[in-house]
Design a protein around this ligand. Structure first.
Ligand SMILES: Cc1cc2nc3c(=O)[nH]c(=O)nc-3n(C[C@H](O)[C@H](O)[C@H](O)COP(=O)(O)OP(=O)(O)OC[C@H]3O[C@@H](n4cnc5c(N)ncnc54)[C@H](O)[C@@H]3O)c2cc1C
Length: 699
């Protein structure tokens, strides 16, 4: 029995190695990259205490999923031009990057359509399911101009439109027969929806809406794909009937001719120009002058305008924002993948980079042997795992709420809105800060475009802004917590994820995992009640409710962050110690327990200023936490490379000279530098036109 298991394990391990090697093969003509694996990274793999394939199976949700993922990757990446790297894309002009991004995205779309037919005809899990996320970014190093179309737009039509509207617009969008942008933000307003200035006036004589951009600040600005890719835009505008405002609604507006792609009459449209990242995503601007669309182009699942101008309000105001909840779930999960990619790059690099020694006169050590380096790498590995698991849980809760809404049950909306806001903030800010830490962990070479870390950072940090700016979202979560605290005082029941809010003090500190999670929850409750008390005191002193809330903003955002961290920590604890543990091998469970320990101990130390306020904690307790932190780093040291291998990213998706599976870092960095376009000629033209004349001029 044990022998059979061993043979099976070896076969699986070989399958994964073959997959990664195939993916790693370079087709550059006279490459200097060795075909062998760097012994320093091989040594790490040999030392691992668990089977990497077991980790990959767990991380990807079982054998079928993992097999399919690998098959899709092999098919998609098989004929990719290896010369299309992040560095080579970044050396192109803005227009060239856009063209390359468009070409690559459509080539990927074609491949995914074929794979969908082959693997699951009629399904949507591969096409368009895998088109927009970071899982296949290796096929599109310049970005995907259709990201918003598939990540938000189709779902917005499904959730905000009627079934007939989904038939009319949604199905065409889903098949990419039309391409649409999601246009909410304006030059003058993004966060403050009521400040939007775009108008949609109902004209009952023609049964149409008339859309206008009254000022320059009302121009739509930022929507992904809006510049030159989209021929429709889902526009958020203020609805007016008989010149009376009815609130914000969504309108499906044709913006370019479907044949010629020329902007339609009354449409002023273009690209916003170069940005920090998202190079090929074609974020655009849009102005409209007396643009007429049929009444039935307003998405009317919830609020409606009838032909005679009667306005029927949505049964729950929050329903209008439900498509953003989906967007936030999607962003949360994607950002955890970006952090996992960065962690893989920096960890593998740290296993082959040698610099200095710990004991004088002894050989140079791998930089991963420095405890301070471990502290940069391992908590990020733990964070991406914890955040990822919580993002998957959030997605489950989203689908549950979606089903409830269909049955006319709206009571879970407040909680899913708050939780999705909190999770979006945690996953985007954790990943942005984490990727930057990981870049620093790679020293100078981390600063190279070819490391892919700057590209990952610029993509991850955009998530802190779009789909709700993070501070603004935290303030909304703060309001949800305030309401929940008031419910506690009124003896009313609480939403499940805030059920702990009644308990603002803890009986005892033990430092166990359960105790740390309880402490985070209790700290959330304490901070919430503190904020509530301070708002009340400020109002009593004569401040308006708005002033009091603004002046308490720091505590409100802190309470919201604690709520997010508590959710992630509790969910991680449950995954590692709950019923799922029975489905994993003891060796894998031990590794996950190690990662959980690191995550929780670090969370407790990071939040000690809050924990001090809810429980008696001694200097000895803090010392013991510090010892646990150091012990967990030490335990994780032999497994770090193997854990990252378990994420199972093929080299093509890492797009990094530093993170390749074979560890041949220096050859890759050097080859990429040799290929830099500036090195094509021995003497640059500018030497003859400027430098030489200047040096010879004797000025
Ligand atoms: C890469 C990228 C892609 C994007 N894609 C799209 C898209 O597809 N469609 C679309 O419609 N938009 C898109 N956007 C726009 C994005 O959604 C907005 O930028 C975002 O909502 C933030 O709004 P803002 O720019 O108005 O920031 P602001 O609200 O002006 O924020 C600036 C500062 O003011 C603070 N602030 C603002 N209001 C408050 C408040 N009430 N209380 C306390 N502090 C406050 C914020 O915390 C922040 O520090 C994109 C943006 C980027 C960067």
């Amino acid at each position: 029995m044990r022998l059979t298991r061993l043979v099976f394990q070896l076969a699986r391990r070989n399958a994964s190695l073959i997959h990664r090697r195939e993916m790693a093969t370079s087709d550059r003509g006279s490459s200097i990259i060795p075909k062998t694996v760097n012994p320093d990274i091989q040594e790490e793999r040999n030392a691992a205490t668990f089977n990497v394939e077991d980790f990959a199976l767990w991380w990807h949700g079982g054998e079928e999923n993992l097999k399919r993922k690998r098959y899709v990757e092999s098919s998609v990446f098989a004929d990719i031009d290896e010369n299309k790297t992040v560095a080579s894309i970044q050396s192109l002009s803005h227009d060239e990057i856009y063209a390359a991004a468009m070409e690559d995205a459509l080539a990927l779309a074609g491949k995914l359509r074929k794979l969908q037919k082959e693997l699951n005809p009629g399904g949507k899990d591969i096409w368009p399911g895998l088109f927009s996320g970071p899982e296949l970014w290796g096929a599109m190093p310049g970005g995907n101009p259709f990201t918003v179309h598939f990540s938000m737009l189709v779902d917005a039509i499904r959730n905000q439109g009627t079934d007939e509207q989904f038939e009319k617009f949604g199905k065409r969008a889903e098949n990419l027969e039309i391409c649409a942008a999601f246009a909410q933000t304006e030059l003058g307003h993004g966060t403050f929806l009521r400040g939007l200035q775009t108008r949609a006036d109902f004209d009952s004589k023609t049964d149409e809406f008339v859309l206008n951009t009254p000022t320059i600040t009302a121009y739509k600005f930022w929507p992904g794909g809006l510049g030159h890719s989209a021929n429709y835009s889902l526009v958020m505008a203020n609805l007016y009937i008989d010149n009376k405002p009815k609130g914000v609604a969504m309108f499906m507006v044709p913006i370019r001719d479907e044949e010629t792609h020329m902007p339609l009459p009354g449409i002023d449209i273009g690209d916003v120009g170069k940005k920090l990242g998202f190079y090929g995503v074609n974020n655009g601007y849009l102005g409209m002058k007396n643009v007429r669309i049929p009444r039935t182009n307003m998405l009317m699942r919830h609020a409606q305008v009838e032909a005679d101008g009667t306005f029927i309000q949505s049964p729950a105001a929050a329903l209008g924002y439900f498509s953003m909840v989906f967007g936030r779930c999607w962003i949360s999960a994607n950002n955890t993948t970006m952090l996992a990619i960065a962690a893989t790059i920096a960890t593998r690099y740290s296993a082959v980079r040698r610099q200095g020694s710990i004991n004088p006169k002894q050989p140079e050590v791998k930089i991963m042997d420095y405890v301070t380096q471990q502290m940069k790498l391992f908590p990020e590995i733990a964070t991406c795992i914890a955040d990822r698991l919580a993002a998957l849980k959030l997605r489950q809760l989203y689908h549950q709420t979606e089903r409830d809404i269909k049955k006319g049950k709206y009571d879970g909306l407040g909680e899913i809105h708050a939780l999705s806001c909190a999770m979006k903030v945690m996953c985007t800010s954790d990943s942005a800060a984490g990727i930057e830490r990981l870049r620093l962990a790679c020293g100078g070479h981390g600063y190279l475009a070819s490391s892919n870390l700057s590209n990952l950072y610029s993509t991850a940090t955009a998530g802190c802004t779009y789909e709700g700016e993070n501070t603004v979202l935290l303030l909304q979560v703060g309001r949800f917590l305030m309401k929940s605290a008031q419910q506690v005082m009124a003896g009313k029941p609480l939403a499940p994820t805030a059920s702990y809010l009644a308990k603002i003090k803890m009986d005892q500190w033990s430092g166990s995992w359960e105790n740390i999670v309880e402490a985070l929850e209790c700290a959330t409750a304490n901070k919430t009640h503190q904020a509530l008390k301070n708002i009340a005191a400020r109002m009593e002193a004569g401040q308006t409710q708005g002033e009091a809330a603004n002046n308490t903003g720091i505590e409100l955002t802190q309470a919201a962050e604690l709520y997010g961290r508590s959710f992630i920590a509790a969910n991680f604890l449950q995954e590692v110690t709950g019923i799922n543990a029975k489905t994993r091998s003891p060796a894998l469970n031990k590794v996950l327990e190690n990662i959980l320990e690191l995550y929780l101990v670090k969370a407790a130390l990071d939040n000690m200023n809050n924990i001090f306020r809810i429980v008696k904690i001694t200097d000895e307790d803090v010392n013991s936490l510090q010892a646990s932190l150091e012990k967990s780093l030490k335990s994780m040291r032999p497994n770090a490379v193997a854990i990252c291998d378990g994420f199972d990213f093929p080299d093509r998706n890492l797009l990094s000279t530093l993170g390749c599976f074979d560890g041949n870092v220096y050859e890759r960095i050097f080859e990429e530098a040799k290929n830099c376009s500036l090195n094509k000629e021995p003497v640059p033209r500018v030497f003859h036109t400027h430098l030489k004349p200047f040096m010879k001029s004797k000025m």
